[in-house]
Design a protein around this ligand. Structure first.
Ligand code: NAD
Length: 274
């Protein structure tokens, strides 16, 4: 059984999950879900915007995976924000995923005009037990503070871009203070980080892959991770990170690689609070 992290609402969440962004055909999803489940993954991360909730739901069914054995996350897309739209879109997500509850529902990006209306819908879904935990994604501290000023339930997870070239330590420290779990998207940093010479050297010393060193670095910082792969071999490789440790110097040397390099949008710029 892979480790779980406690959430501030009393629930817990697997520290490692499979991100399924850009997996768009049924056979590939079936194979990825099967490999992940057999390896011990229990968390699957999708989003309305990925347009693959239906094939994920079907893949879980095709692989005869019991619903109560897994942790399912989806995210409300920008176009579906607002009170009524959120409720309506979650009903549609549940149908596509062939389930009657979600373990975690995230606001995909902070949209200023719908900020509190969307969150009120999230709070209602949680009170009705349609969603067990509620959180956000791509929120900066300013967004979290703004939300906290009016929310009855605080988000228990913030899913943000995080990798050695974008370590976001100040935001992570704020999360710890607020009891928010950081879940890293793009944990491997899309391509370029995987060629980094400092990490490559550490990988050679441990006889591990560069991907395994990066994922281990996240774990030791207390983050949850959702690396994406459709290859059964890489899915297994990305989970074989619980039997070795990076020392303090290695952790520091990786932390020093931070260069504020984003692969995605900067929410501070795109979704400023007026
Ligand atoms: P990632 O870091 O998981 O993957 C980056 C690349 O590395 C991919 O091309 C992948 O195929 C490759 N890779 C995976 N394992 C590897 C290995 N062992 N060796 C070499 N290469 C490997 O990046 P991602 O897909 O952007 O993020 C992961 C998940 O995060 C997504 O699937 C999605 O679920 C979620 N996500 C969320 C947001 C958001 O806004 N909340 C945005 C993007 C992605």
């Amino acid at each position: 059984m892979l480790p779980k992290l406690p959430l501030a609402d009393g629930n817990s969440m697997p520290q490692l999950g499979l991100g399924v962004y850009q997996i768009t055909d049924q056979a590939t999803m079936d194979q990825a879900v099967k490999a992940a489940y057999q390896t011990g993954y229990r968390l699957f991360d999708t989003a309305q915007a990925y347009q693959n909730e239906a094939i994920l739901g079907q893949a879980l069914k095709n692989n005869a995976i019991p619903r109560n054995q897994i942790f399912l996350t989806t995210k409300v897309a920008e176009v579906n924000q607002g009170y009524r739209n959120t409720l309506k879109s979650v009903t549609a997500s549940l149908k596509r995923l062939q389930t009657d509850y979600l373990d975690l529902l995230l606001v995909h990006w902070p949209i200023h005009s719908q900020f509190f209306a969307t969150w009120r819908a999230f709070e209602r879904l949680k009170s009705e037990k349609i969603v067990r935990s509620i959180g956000v994604s791509n929120y900066h501290q300013t967004h979290l503070d703004y939300l906290a000023s009016q929310a009855n339930e605080q988000p228990v997870v913030n899913q943000i871009e995080n990798h050695p070239y974008l370590s976001q330590e100040p935001l992570l420290a704020y999360h710890r203070q607020q009891q928010i779990i950081t879940q890293a998207w793009n944990p491997l940093g899309r391509g370029v980080v995987l060629q980094d010479p400092v990490i490559t050297k550490i990988a050679q010393q441990h006889q591990r892959s560069v991907a395994q060193i990066i994922l281990r670095w996240h774990l030791q910082r207390g983050l949850a991770i959702i690396p994406k792969s459709k290859s059964p071999q890489r899915i297994a490789e990305n989970a074989a990170i619980f039997d070795f440790e990076l020392n303090a110097d290695e952790m520091t040397n990786i932390a020093r690689l931070n260069q504020q390099q984003r692969t995605g949008n900067d929410p501070e710029v795109v979704y400023q609070i007026e």
